[in-house]
Design a protein around this ligand. Structure first.
Ligand code: ASP
Ligand code: MG
Length: 417
C-alpha cells in the first residue's frame, strides 16, 4: 500500500469550513487505498496571534516559554481535524510532536530535527487509522518543547516522510504549485510540472516563499519526493525531485525567476587593500547577527579598494551605523548606502550545460535601460541587483526573454523522474 504524507498549511486549515474540506480530501485518499499521515500547521494567523500575546508580556519573550506557547497553535488543529475525521467515519488519531518523539536539538524557536520515532505511527497505520501530527514542533533531549522556525511544518512533513519512507510528501497550500515567477508581478507566469531539489533550494533561498528552505534541504538529503499543490483546487501541482541523467534534452534553460524586493547595499570606499580587510568589515556585522548576502570587492588601485555588500532592508540602518562607527578605524574615505535596491535571479539546472545565459540576461536588461548595480553567479543561478523601481519591469523582461511563458519548454514529469 502506498504511504503518502499530506501537509496542510495555515491557510488550508484557516477556519472550520476549511478543516471540514481538508478532512474530506484525507478521507478520499485513505479510502482509495493509501496509508495516510497528515501534518498540519496552526490555523492561519494563529502563530502570529500567539507571538503578539507573548510580546505583550515581554519584548523579547523567553525562548523556552515561547516554544511552549507557539506549539499550542498546531495542537488545536490536529484535534479539530481528527474530530472531523472521526465524524465522517475515517478512523484517525492526533499526536503532538513530542508524542511521536520528534526529537530536536535545544535551539528554541529554530530547533533542528535530530530523529523521528516511527513505531507508534506505523502501528496506527497498520490498524487502518489516519495519523495526524502537529507540525512545527518537537522535543529536546531533556523533554523541553521546541519549535522549528516559521514555516517549520513543511520540515516536520518531510522528516516524517523520510522516517516512514513515504512514496510522496504532498505539501498543500493556497497556490497551485511553484510558478516560473510570482504571478502577481508577471501574470504570464506558468505553473511548473517539475523542479529539481537544487532549483527549489535556490528559488526558496532567493525569495520564493513556497516552502521552508530547511524542508527542501531535508528532502534532498533523504531523497523525499515532494509535491506542492493547492488544497482548494484540483491539479497535479509541482513535483520536486532529484535530477536525472536523461533530463538534459528535456529541460528548459531557466526554470524560474526569483526576486527579493527588500534589499539594501552598503559601500565602504577607499579602504586599505591589505590582508584582513574583508574580515574587519564583515566581522562586526556578523557579530550583530546581520546576514550579509552579496559581497563585491573591487580590484585595488593605489593600495586602496572599495567594498560593497548587501543586507536585508530591515537591517540597513543598523548596518550603516556599525560601518560609520568604524570608518576611521578602517581608514575608509567614505561610506554610502542605498536601501532602494532589489535582486532578481534566474535559476535553472540547464545553465550548467549552456553558456551565455548571463550575457543574454544582461543584454535583455540593457535593452530596457535597466542599470545593473551588482552581479553574482553560481552553477545554476545568475543574480543581479537593480534599482527597486525596475524590479517588475526586469522580471517581466527576463520572463519573456527566456520564454518562460511558453508551454513548449515544459518538462515531462515521468521522464524527469
Ligand atoms: N505555524 C507555524 C508558522 O506559522 C509553522 C507553519 O505554519 O509551518 O510559521
Ligand atoms: Mg507555510
Amino acid at each position: 500500500m502506498p504511504l503518502i504524507v499530506q501537509k496542510f498549511g495555515g491557510s488550508s486549515v484557516g477556519n472550520i469550513e476549511r478543516i471540514i474540506h481538508v478532512a474530506e480530501r484525507i478521507r478520499q485518499l485513505s479510502e482509495s487505498g493509501s496509508n495516510v499521515v497528515v501534518v498540519v500547521s496552526a490555523m492561519g494567523g494563529e502563530t502570529d496571534r500567539l507571538l503578539g500575546l507573548a510580546r505583550g508580556i515581554q519584548s523579547t519573550p523567553h525562548p523556552r516559554e515561547l516554544d511552549v506557547l507557539l506549539s499550542t497553535g498546531e495542537q488545536v488543529t490536529i484535534a479539530l481535524l481528527a474530530m472531523r475525521l472521526h465524524a465522517i467515519g475515517c478512523p484517525a488519531r492526533s499526536y503532538t510532536g513530542s508524542q511521536v518523539h520528534i526529537r530536536t536539538d535545544s535551539a528554541h524557536t529554530k530547533a533542528r530535527i535530530v530523529s523521528v520515532e516511527d513505531r507508534r505511527i506505523r502501528e496506527d497505520l497498520q490498524a487502518g487509522r489516519v495519523v495526524v501530527v502537529a507540525g512545527f514542533q518537537g522535543i529536546d533531549e531533556s523533554g523541553n518543547i521546541t519549535t522549528l522556525g516559521r514555516g517549520g511544518s513543511d520540515t516536520t512533513a518531510v522528516a516524517l516522510a523520510a522516517a516512514l519512507e513515504a512514496d510522496e510528501c504532498r505539501i498543500y497550500t493556497d497556490v497551485d504549485g511553484v510558478y516560473t515567477t510570482d504571478p502577481r508581478v508577471e501574470p504570464q507566469a506558468r505553473l511548473l510540472d517539475f523542479l529539481t531539489f537544487e532549483e527549489m533550494l535556490e528559488l526558496a533561498s532567493l525569495g520564493a516563499k513556497v516552502l521552508q528552505i530547511r524542508s527542501v534541504e531535508f528532502a534532498r538529503k533523504y531523497g523525499v519526493i515532494l509535491r506542492v499543490l493547492s488544497s482548494f483546487n484540483e491539479g497535479p501541482g509541482t513535483l520536486i525531485g532529484p535530477e536525472s541523467e536523461d533530463m538534459d534534452m528535456e529541460q528548459p534553460l531557466i526554470s524560474g525567476i526569483a526576486f527579493e524586493r527588500d534589499a539594501a547595499k552598503i559601500t565602504v570606499l577607499g579602504v586599505q587593500d591589505k590582508p584582513g580587510i574583508a574580515f574587519s568589515i564583515l566581522g562586526p556585522i556578523a557579530d550583530e547577527n546581520i546576514e550579509v548576502d552579496m559581497i563585491v570587492q573591487n580590484t585595488g588601485v593605489d593600495g586602496t579598494t572599495d567594498f560593497t555588500f548587501t543586507v536585508n532592508r530591515n537591517d540597513f540602518e543598523r548596518t550603516l551605523q556599525i560601518t560609520r562607527e568604524r570608518k576611521i578605524q578602517w581608514g575608509a574615505s567614505s561610506i554610502i548606502g542605498d536601501n532602494k535596491i532589489a535582486k532578481i535571479s534566474l535559476v535553472g539546472v540547464g545553465m550548467r550545460s549552456h553558456a551565455g545565459i548571463a550575457s543574454r540576461m544582461f543584454k535583455a536588461l540593457a535593452a530596457e535601460n535597466i542599470n545593473i548595480l551588482m552581479i553574482s553567479t553560481s552553477e545554476i543561478k545568475v543574480s543581479v541587483v537593480v534599482e527597486e523601481k525596475y524590479l517588475e519591469l526586469g522580471v517581466r523582461t527576463l520572463h519573456s526573454e527566456f520564454d518562460l511563458d511558453r508551454d513548449d519548454t515544459k518538462r515531462d514529469d515521468s521522464e524527469a523522474r
